[in-house]
Design a protein around this ligand. Structure first.
Ligand SMILES: *[C@@H]1O[C@H](CO)[C@@H](O)[C@H](O)[C@H]1NC(C)=O
Ligand SMILES: *[C@@H]1O[C@H](CO)[C@@H](O)[C@H](O)[C@H]1NC(C)=O
Ligand SMILES: *[C@@H]1O[C@H](CO)[C@@H](O)[C@H](O)[C@H]1NC(C)=O
Ligand SMILES: *[C@@H]1O[C@H](CO)[C@@H](O)[C@H](O)[C@H]1NC(C)=O
Ligand SMILES: *[C@@H]1O[C@H](CO)[C@@H](O)[C@H](O)[C@H]1NC(C)=O
Ligand SMILES: *[C@@H]1O[C@H](CO)[C@@H](O)[C@H](O)[C@H]1NC(C)=O
Ligand SMILES: *[C@@H]1O[C@H](CO)[C@@H](O)[C@H](O)[C@H]1NC(C)=O
Ligand SMILES: *[C@@H]1O[C@H](CO)[C@@H](O)[C@H](O)[C@H]1NC(C)=O
Length: 770
C-alpha cells in the first residue's frame, strides 16, 4: 500500500535520491507545505484565437509523420552550429529544422549582433513603445542569424529575492509593469517571425539549489522547491506570463526548480492546469536546458519538447503508447503544438535557414552574416538612455554646465580589457564576485549578449571633452586617488555584478563604497554612477554632503557611454524610474533578502516557502511601514511635474462580481481584460525644460495590499505645458484570485485610487466603490 506521498511521487515522476528519499522524511509530516495536486489529462491545443490556421497546417503535417519522426521532434539534437538548441530537419517533408538561441537581451555568442539594454533597464524605462521597438530590432537580428526562437523574454524570476542572481534579466519586481513590458516585447519579437520562449515557468526565484546536486557523500540533493500558494502564484508570479500568452507568446520554458515539491517540467498542476487550461496556451512547453527529470510522467504532465536532448523519452514514448501509460494523442499534441508555432509565425515561408549566421565557432572559417543595422541605432541609444534613473541631484549638479575639468574614477568607467568576440568574460561565477573590472553593460550567464562594440563611459566623456575643449583626469585603479582641487565634477563609476547560476552575496560592497567615499571626501561635486545587475543599496554615502548626484545606470548595453553623456550634459533629460525598491538597509527586505538554503530535515529536499504571499518589494515595505531609501517608481528629471484633476469613471461591466463565462482564448477568459474603470489626471511640466514623466496609478483593493501598480503612462511634456493621462483598469486589475471559486473576483467595497510620481509620492487620491 503506497502512502499518499508515495503515490504523488509516482504520479508526478519525482526522482528520489539514493540514500535518503523524500518519502522517508515527508510521509509522516502531514503539515508539509503543499503537494501539487495532479491535473490530467494534458489539454490538447485547439487552435483557439488566431491559431486556427496554424493548427490546421500543423495537423496536416503531423499526419504525414512516422512514429519515429514524431518522436524525433520532441527533443533537441546536437548540430554543427552555434545555436543553443536544435530540432532536426525532416528533408522528405521540406522541414528545415529549428534553431533556438540565448537569450532575452540580445543574441549571445555570434559576431555581428548588438548588445541591447537588459530587461531591468527596459523595466526602468517604463516605456511601452520603446520596449516594442527594441524587440522589433532585436528580433530582426535573431531572424537574420537564422534563429527561429529567442530564449526569452524573462518574467521569472520576478524579483522575489532581493539578492537573486537573475533578477536583472527580467523587467521589474512588479507583475503589472513586467506584464506590460513583456507583452510589448513578445509582440515586437514575433512581428519579425521569431518565436519567443517565455521563461522560467515557474517559481524560479533563486539560483541557489536551482538544480539537483550530489554532495561529497554521494547524497543526491533535489532542486529547491518553491512552495507557493494558489492566490500568490496567480496574483504575482503567473500574472506577467498571462500577459505574454495574451500577447501571443508561442513557447514557455519550464524551470529548474520544483513547485510544491514536483519539478516544474513535470508539474501537471502548473503546466496542464494553470498554463494550458486556465491560460489557454496554444504553443509548446520546452524544458530549460537539462531540466527534464522524468520520462512518461513529464509527458503526461504537459511537457512537449526537451532541450538540449532527452535521456528519458526517445523510443520510450512509443513504448509507453503501446503499453498504455501514455495516449498516442499526447505525442501528437506535443508536436502539433511545436509545428503550430512554426506555422503561426510564418516560418514555413521565407525564413532564413536555421543557424545560418550561427557558426559553431567564430574562431574558424565562417561566413560573415551581418545582423547589425543602421536602422537599429536610434532605438539602441534611446533604450540605453531611458533605463538610467537619476536618484539625487543636489544643487542642480546635473546637467553639467561647461565643465573645464572632469575627473573620472572607478573600475567601471573603462572598456573591459579584452573582447575577441562572443561575450566579454567577466570573472568567475561565484557569490563573492560583487563587482567587475570594466564597464558593466550586461550581467553574466546565458542572459548576457555580444556587443558589436562597447562605447564605454570614459570613451564618451573623452569624445565630449574633445568637442568642448575641456580637460579630463582619471584614476581607475586606486581606492585612495588624489584629486585635482579645481575639478568641476568628479564622476565615480562602480558596479554591482550578478550572473546566472549564483545569487548575489550582498547588495553593496565595501571596496566600491570606499572608492566613492574617498572621492567624496575630496571633491565637493561628486556624481556617482552605478551599473547594477539588481538592487544596489547606497546607504554608506547617500547622505554625504559632497555626493551631489547619483545615477542608477542599470545595464544599458553597448551604447552605455554615449547614453550617459547625453544625460550628464543635458542632451537627454533623464526619464527612468526604479522598477524595484532601494532599501536603506538590506535587512529591510526581510525574509526575502536572501535565497532559501537547505536546512534541517529538508537538507536534501530544500524548501523555499513563499509564506510572505504577495508581499514582496514595495508591497512589503508598505505593509510593514518601512521607509525606503528610494521608493518603487522613483526617479528625478531635470524638470518638475505637477498633478491635478483626478477623474474616475466606471463602465457598465463593473457591476458583475465574476467575469462572465466565455470560451478560453490564449491569455485565459477574455472577459478578464474588459475595461471596468477609467481614471484620468492632468500632468503639468512645471519646470524650465521639456521632459518625460511616468505618471503612475496604484489601486488599493479591499482586503489586499495597501496599493498595487495598475497603470502607468510615460508622456513627453513641453516646459510649461500640461497633458491628460488616461488609465484603463480591467477586471483582472481590480480583482483578487479566489481560491475557492478558482476565479478572479471583484471585491465589494471601497477601492483606493492613487495617482502620482512614484509609489510613495501620490498627490492625487480618490475612491471607487464596487
Ligand atoms: C516551510 O513550511 C513547512 C510546512 O508548513 C514547514 O514545515 C517548514 O518548517 C517551513 N520551512 C521554513 C524554512 O520555514
Ligand atoms: C501548492 O500548495 C499550496 C498550498 O497547499 C496550494 O495552494 C497550491 O495550489 C499548490 N500549487 C501547486 C502548483 O501545486
Ligand atoms: C531520428 O533521429 C535520429 C538521430 O538524428 C536519426 O538517426 C533517425 O534517422 C531519425 N529517424 C527518422 C525516422 O527520421
Ligand atoms: C527510457 O527510460 C529509461 C528510464 O527513464 C532511461 O533510462 C532510458 O535511457 C530511456 N530510453 C531511451 C531510449 O531514452
Ligand atoms: C511502459 O513504458 C514506459 C516507457 O518505456 C515505461 O516507463 C513504463 O514503466 C512502462 N509501463 C508498463 C506498465 O509497462
Ligand atoms: C580589478 O582590478 C584590480 C587591479 O586594478 C584587482 O586588484 C582586482 O582584483 C580586480 N577585481 C576583479 C573583481 O577582477
Ligand atoms: C567636501 O569636499 C571638500 C573639497 O572640495 C572637502 O574640503 C570637504 O572636507 C568635503 N566634505 C566632506 C564632508 O568630506
Ligand atoms: C542594518 O540592519 C542590520 C540588521 O538589522 C543592523 O545590524 C545594522 O546596524 C543596520 N545598518 C544600518 C546602517 O542601519
Amino acid at each position: 500500500m503506497l502512502t499518499s506521498w508515495g503515490k504523488a511521487c509516482l504520479l508526478l515522476g519525482i526522482s528520489v535520491g539514493n540514500l535518503v528519499t523524500a518519502q522517508d522524511i515527508i510521509t509522516s509530516d502531514t503539515s508539509f507545505y503543499g503537494q501539487s495536486p495532479a491535473v490530467y489529462p494534458s489539454p490538447e491545443g485547439t487552435g483557439a484565437g488566431d491559431w486556427t490556421s496554424a493548427y490546421q497546417k500543423a495537423k496536416a503535417f503531423v499526419a504525414k509523420l512516422s512514429d519515429d519522426e514524431k518522436v524525433n521532434l520532441t527533443a533537441g539534437v546536437t548540430a554543427d552550429n552555434g545555436c543553443s538548441g536544435n530540432i532536426q530537419s525532416i528533408p522528405r517533408l521540406g522541414f528545415p529544422g529549428i534553431c533556438v538561441s540565448d537569450a532575452g537581451n540580445g543574441l549571445r555568442g555570434p559576431d555581428f549582433v548588438n548588445s541591447w539594454s537588459s530587461g531591468i533597464h527596459v523595466g526602468a524605462s517604463w516605456n511601452r513603445g520603446l520596449a516594442n521597438d527594441r524587440a522589433v530590432y532585436m528580433g530582426k537580428e535573431f531572424r537574420t542569424k537564422g534563429v527561429n526562437m529567442i530564449l526569452g523574454p524573462v518574467v521569472g524570476p520576478l524579483g522575489r529575492v532581493a539578492l537573486g542572481g537573475r533578477n536583472w534579466e527580467g523587467f521589474s519586481a512588479d507583475p503589472y509593469l513586467s506584464g506590460i513590458l513583456v507583452s510589448e516585447s513578445v509582440k515586437g519579437l514575433q512581428s519579425q517571425n521569431v518565436a519567443t520562449s517565455l521563461k522560467h515557468f515557474i517559481g524560479n526565484e533563486q539560483e541557489t539549489n536551482r538544480n539537483p546536486t550530489t554532495d561529497s557523500n554521494g547524497q543526491y540533493i533535489e532542486s529547491v522547491s518553491s512552495n507557493i500558494d494558489d492566490k500568490t502564484i496567480h496574483e504575482l508570479y503567473v500574472w506577467p506570463f498571462q500577459d505574454a500568452v495574451l500577447a501571443g507568446a508561442t513557447c514557455v520554458m519550464c524551470s529548474y526548480n520544483r513547485v510544491n515539491n514536483s519539478y516544474a517540467c513535470q508539474n501537471s498542476k502548473t503546466i496542464n492546469g494553470i498554463l494550458k487550461t486556465e491560460l489557454g496556451f496554444q504553443g509548446y512547453v520546452v524544458t530549460d536546458w537539462e531540466a527534464q527529470h522524468a520520462g512518461i510522467a513529464s509527458a503526461n504532465a504537459g511537457l512537449d519538447v526537451v532541450m538540449p536532448s532527452s535521456s528519458y523519452w526517445n523510443s520510450n514514448l512509443t513504448t509507453a503508447i503501446s503499453n498504455g501509460t501514455m495516449e498516442a494523442s499526447r505525442l501528437d499534441d506535443m508536436i502539433t503544438r511545436l509545428m503550430a508555432t512554426w506555422y503561426y509565425l510564418g516560418q514555413d515561408s521565407a525564413f532564413p535557414n536555421p543557424g545560418v549566421g550561427m557558426p559553431a565557432s567564430i574562431y574558424s572559417a565562417h561566413k560573415a552574416v551581418i545582423a547589425t543595422s543602421q536602422a537599429a541605432k536610434p532605438t539602441l541609444l534611446q533604450s540605453a538612455i531611458e533605463g538610467h534613473v537619476l536618484l539625487k541631484n543636489q544643487n542642480h549638479a546635473l546637467p553639467l554646465k561647461s565643465p573645464k575639468l572632469i575627473s573620472v574614477f572607478g573600475y567601471d568607467a573603462y572598456t573591459p580589457l579584452t573582447y575577441t568576440g562572443s561575450t566579454v568574460s567577466f570573472a568567475t561565477t561565484t557569490r563573492s564576485a560583487l563587482y567587475q573590472n570594466g564597464t558593466m553593460y550586461s550581467g553574466g550567464g546565458s542572459g548576457t549578449n555580444s556587443p558589436a562594440y562597447i562605447d564605454s563611459p570614459m570613451e564618451a566623456i573623452q569624445r565630449r571633452a574633445y568637442q568642448d575643449g575641456s580637460s579630463v583626469f582619471w584614476d581607475f585603479t586606486s581606492e585612495d586617488s588624489v584629486i585635482d582641487y579645481v575639478s568641476d565634477v568628479c564622476l565615480v563609476f562602480i558596479n554591482a555584478y550578478a550572473s546566472e547560476g549564483v545569487d548575489r552575496a550582498a547588495l553593496s560592497d565595501t571596496y566600491s563604497d570606499a572608492i566613492v567615499t574617498n572621492v567624496a571626501n575630496n571633491c565637493a561635486n561628486t556624481v556617482v554612477v552605478i551599473h547594477n545587475a539588481g538592487i544596489r543599496t547606497v546607504e554608506s554615502w547617500v547622505d554625504h554632503v559632497n555626493v551631489t548626484g547619483i545615477i542608477i545606470g542599470h545595464l544599458p548595453g553597448q551604447d552605455t557611454g554615449r547614453a550617459l553623456v547625453d544625460i550628464l550634459y543635458g542632451d537627454a533629460n533623464p526619464s527612468g524610474k526604479l522598477p524595484y525598491t532601494i532599501a536603506k538597509n538590506g535587512s529591510d527586505y526581510g525574509s526575502v533578502l536572501e535565497p532559501s538554503e537547505p536546512e534541517g530535515k529538508y537538507e536534501y529536499f530544500p524548501q523555499s516557502n513563499f509564506s510572505e504571499g504577495v508581499f514582496i518589494d514595495y508591497r512589503a515595505f508598505d505593509k510593514n511601514d518601512i521607509e525606503p531609501q528610494y521608493a518603487f517608481g522613483y526617479g528625478l528629471s531635470y524638470t518638475t511635474f505637477g498633478y491635478s484633476n483626478l477623474k474616475i469613471s466606471k463602465t457598465s461591466a463593473s457591476s458583475t462580481q465574476y467575469p462572465a463565462k466565455a470560451s478560453i482564448l490564449p491569455g485565459g477568459n477574455p472577459r478578464l481584460f474588459d475595461t471596468l474603470v477609467k481614471v484620468s489626471a492632468t500632468v503639468k511640466n512645471t519646470g524650465s525644460v521639456d521632459g518625460k514623466e511616468i505618471a503612475q496609478l496604484y489601486v488599493g483593493i479591499p482586503n489586499g495590499p495597501v496599493r498595487q501598480l495598475r497603470g502607468f503612462e510615460k508622456v513627453l511634456i513641453k516646459s510649461g505645458k500640461s497633458t491628460t493621462v488616461t488609465f484603463t483598469l480591467t477586471r483582472r486589475d481590480l480583482s483578487t484570485w479566489d481560491t475557492d471559486a478558482q476565479e478572479w473576483l471583484l471585491q465589494r467595497g471601497t477601492y483606493q485610487i492613487y495617482v502620482g510620481r512614484n509609489s510613495r509620492d501620490l498627490s492625487l487620491t480618490g475612491t471607487l466603490t464596487i
